[in-house]
Design a protein around this ligand. Structure first.
Ligand code: MN
Ligand code: MN
Length: 396
C-alpha cells in the first residue's frame, strides 16, 4: 500500500513538505523546485498536510414537502429544523398552507425572527411591535413579510383558494411546533389570574381552549381591513411587507435572474431573501457568501448543487420541487439547472446584508501575472478569462 506520508511526485517526506509549505507557501514551493511556467502548476507541488480525520461534508438536502407535519382543518404545516437536517444550524424552514378563514393563532417566537414568501393564494397578517405599533397587511404571490424576534402576530387565509407560503427562521433549532401560542399560555394559567387580568368572570375561562389550537378554522376575513379593537394602526414606520417578485432583477443575465431583498431595501428585515431563476442549460457560477449561510427551497424545476468545503472536500446533491438545500457561510458552491423546466429557487440568508464573491470577478480583480502563476497559464490564455461578472452561464 502506498505510504501516505510521502508525496507521490516529489518523493519528499511529509515532514519536509510541511516545513516548505510553512516557510514559502505551496505556490512558491513549486516555483523553487523549478516547475516551468505554462505547465501544470501542480507539478512538483508540495502535498498539503494530511486532512485525515476531518469529517466528510454533511448531507445538505431535505425533502420538506415530502414530510407529513401537522394537519388540521384550517391548514397544515411542515417543518425542517436541525432535527431533520443537522447542517442547518442557523436557519429553520416551514411550509404552511391555510384554508380560506384558516387562522394561525396569535403567537410569537422567542428565539427567532420570521421571514416569509407567499407561493400561492392570499394571506393577511396582523402584528404588534413592542412599542405598540400595530398593523395589518395583505399578501399575495411573490410578497414577503418579516417579523422581528418576539413580535406578536397572527395569519389568516383570505381565499378564495388555499394559500401556501414558505417561512424561514434565523435559528435552526427553532421549531414551528414549539411557538409561544396564546391558547397554550392562557390554557395553562389559573382562571383567577385571567379573571383579574382580563376583567371577565372566572367561569368564562372554563370555555377557553385548554391546549394550543395552533391553526383553527375561522371566519373568512372581509376584504376591507376590519378596524383593530382599540389601538389605531400607526403610520407604518417599519413596514412588514415587501413585494419581491414585483421588483426588477438586480442584474440581467442570459442564464438567470436574481431578485434580492436585504435590509437595504426592506429596513425592518435582519435576514435577506432572494428569488433566483436559472434557465435551462445554465449554471449559477462558482461563488460564496462571506457573511451568511444560505437556505434554499426549490419552488419549481430541479437543481444540482455542489459545495466545496476545503481540504479537497466537495459534495454534490440533486434535489427538486419542495426540497431544501443548505450551504454554510463561506463554503464555495455552484448550482446547475437540471431538466427542461427552468429552476426557480427561494433563497434565505441569515444576514441583514447581502454579500457574494464570484469566481469571474475574483479572477478579473487580479493582475494577469498572478493568474498566470497560480494556474500555470500563459498570458494568452489568461487574457481570454472573463473580465466582468458572469453570474450565470449563458444557456447552451
Ligand atoms: Mn409565526
Ligand atoms: Mn449562493
Amino acid at each position: 500500500m502506498k505510504d501516505r506520508n510521502i508525496d507521490s511526485q516529489s518523493g519528499l517526506s511529509r515532514r519536509q513538505l510541511l516545513g516548505m509549505a510553512t516557510l514559502t507557501g505551496a505556490g512558491l514551493a513549486a516555483a523553487s523546485m523549478g516547475a516551468p511556467k505554462a505547465k501544470a502548476a501542480t507539478e512538483g507541488h508540495a502535498a498539503m498536510p494530511s486532512s485525515d480525520g476531518l469529517p466528510p461534508l454533511e448531507d445538505f438536502t431535505y425533502d420538506l414537502e415530502g414530510s407529513t407535519g401537522w394537519v388540521g382543518q384550517g391548514g397544515t404545516a411542515k417543518e425542517q429544523t436541525v432535527k431533520q437536517l443537522p447542517v442547518s444550524q442557523s436557519i429553520a424552514g416551514v411550509s404552511m398552507r391555510l384554508q380560506p378563514g384558516g387562522l394561525r393563532e396569535l403567537h410569537w417566537h422567542a428565539i427567532a425572527a420570521e421571514w416569509a414568501y407567499v407561493v400561492t393564494g392570499n394571506v393577511r397578517t396582523t402584528v404588534i411591535s413592542p412599542n405598540g405599533e400595530a398593523g395589518q397587511d395583505d399578501f399575495g404571490p411573490g410578497d414577503v413579510w418579516f417579523f422581528p424576534k418576539g413580535y406578536g402576530h397572527a395569519l389568516q387565509g383570505l381565499g378564495p383558494d388555499e394559500t401556501h407560503f414558505i417561512l424561514g427562521f434565523d435559528d435552526g433549532h427553532f421549531s414551528e411546533f414549539g411557538t409561544f401560542s396564546v391558547t397554550d399560555w392562557l390554557g395553562h394559567t389559573p382562571p383567577d389570574i385571567l379573571s383579574k387580568n382580563l376583567g371577565l368572570p372566572e367561569s368564562v375561562f372554563a370555555t377557553f381552549p385548554q391546549s394550543e389550537v395552533y391553526i383553527v378554522q375561522g371566519q373568512v376575513p372581509v376584504a376591507q381591513h376590519e378596524p383593530l379593537r382599540e389601538i389605531k394602526p400607526q403610520a407604518n414606520q417599519f413596514p412588514h411587507k415587501y413585494s419581491l417578485d414585483a421588483t426588477p432583477p438586480i442584474m440581467e443575465f442570459p442564464g438567470g435572474e436574481p431578485r434580492i431583498v436585504s435590509q437595504k431595501e426592506f429596513p425592518i428585515a435582519t435576514m435577506t431573501g432572494a428569488i433566483m431563476l436559472i434557465n435551462p442549460g445554465s449554471v449559477r457560477e462558482l461563488h460564496w457568501h462571506p457573511n451568511a449561510d444560505e437556505w434554499q427551497f426549490v419552488l419549481s424545476g430541479r437543481a444540482r448543487l455542489t459545495i466545496f468545503g476545503a481540504h479537497a472536500r466537495t459534495k454534490t446533491a440533486e434535489f427538486g420541487q419542495g426540497e431544501v438545500g443548505f450551504i454554510k457561510q463561506g463554503f464555495g458552491h455552484y448550482i446547475e439547472q437540471v431538466g427542461s423546466e427552468p429552476l426557480r429557487l427561494l433563497l434565505i440568508f441569515n444576514s441583514a446584508v447581502y454579500a457574494e464573491i464570484n469566481l469571474s470577478t475574483w479572477l478579473a480583480a487580479n493582475p494577469a501575472s498572478i493568474v498566470e502563476d497560480n494556474f500555470g497559464l500563459t498570458k494568452a490564455v489568461v487574457d481570454k478569462l472573463p473580465r466582468k461578472l458572469i453570474g450565470f452561464t449563458a444557456p447552451a
